[in-house]
Write a protein that binds this ligand. Structure first.
Ligand code: UDP
Ligand code: MG
Length: 308
């Protein structure tokens, strides 16, 4: 392997105090001979994460850190990493060792063969837990149904990007970042590796159910305007059903004596249309809210402190 290049590794950390040292030691096995910077992004942790990172940075000059003023979320932490990384290639990975560091060598090999993007895909394995596997599957199903670009199921934020790609990402300042969609959208020559997710080394998942819902809705609405078009389709379908119902109502009125018994169907149709309208207003509101936030042009994150 050629050694005259610089590798950056960016690692978002949110309350990962007991993972910092083990992770560093594990990564170090694969990078000890390489010119590497490891950038930890402390995403507003409330435990000893930042202290541990600082201690590590004092011992090893490869280690850099960025600490946010509060929790800005995983995707914004990644953005901060990409913004400050200056390697010839940049690898992003989770702090909990679910992304196997032994893949680093293979990623670099593929990059040296000329791929600008080496992404990874999590193979479904038992260690993940039924709920996570099911919700993840459902998420990618819905995402791809609505999205203009194809996003692989199980795509992970564990990837290598060439400097050229990172430069492009640095220019992108949208508020609702969703790298798993953004990366395929960028184009360039891409290749995908598969891995089996290990169990979390220590601590609990930092993606609570509500964070996961937000992530899913951002993923869909940041990448597609298809949900807005649902109203047109629904409108047609409902209008068609209504038309049939009108024919039926006319038939009842003209050919039978049961014309008054219509209360149930009236109430059902009113509620049904009302429900659909509320859903559509909700979708509109979601997009409008995004425009509103985007328009403020606030930064994606605020840095409290960093070294170098
Ligand atoms: N993370 C973060 N900010 C957050 C949530 C998560 O920086 O608000 C980091 C977390 O520390 C970890 C990575 O994002 O390094 C993935 O999170 P986690 O392992 O909890 O997600 P899961 O693997 O359960 O999907
Ligand atoms: Mg994890």
């Amino acid at each position: 392997m050629k050694k005259e290049f610089k590798l950056s590794i960016i690692i978002p950390c949110f309350n990962e105090e007991s993972n910092i040292y083990p992770l560093y030691n594990e990564i170090f096995k694969y990078i000890k001979d390489l010119n590497t910077e490891i950038i930890f992004i402390d995403d507003g942790s409330s435990d000893k994460t930042l202290d541990n990172i600082k201690e590590l940075a004092n011992q090893h000059k490869k280690v850099k850190f960025i600490s946010f003023s509060r929790n800005f979320g995983h995707q914004n932490a990644l953005k901060a990493g990409y913004d400050s990384a200056d390697g010839d290639c940049v690898i992003s990975m989770d702090a909990d060792m679910q992304h196997p560091p032994e893949l680093i060598t293979e990623m670099i090999r593929l990059w040296q063969k000329g791929y600008k993007i080496v992404s990874t895909k999590r193979m479904h394995d038992k260690s993940l837990g039924l709920i996570k596997r099911l919700t993840s599957k459902l998420f990618y199903k819905i995402l791809n149904l609505f999205s203009e670009i194809k996003i692989e199921s199980g795509a992970a934020d564990f990837r290598l990007l060439d400097k050229q790609v990172v430069k492009e990402l640095q220019q992108i300042n949208e508020k609702f970042l969703f790298f798993r969609g953004l990366i395929p959208w960028l184009g360039f020559s891409q290749i995908q590796l598969e891995y089996i997710a290990a169990e979390r080394f220590s601590g609990k998942t930092k993606y609570s159910f509500s964070k996961m819902l937000h992530f899913a809705s951002d993923g869909i609405t940041s990448f597609s305007v298809k949900p807005l078009k649902i109203s047109i389709y629904l409108g047609f379908i409902i209008a068609f059903i209504a038309f049939l119902y009108i024919l039926y109502a006319i038939y009842i009125a003209v050919f039978t004596n049961n014309a008054i018994a219509g209360w149930t169907s009236t109430i059902i149709s009113v509620l049904f249309i009302g429900g659909i309208q509320l859903i559509m207003i909700g979708i509109l509101g979601n997009y409008l809210g995004k425009l509103f936030m985007e328009n403020k042009k606030r930064p994606n994150y605020i840095i409290k402190e960093k070294n170098d």
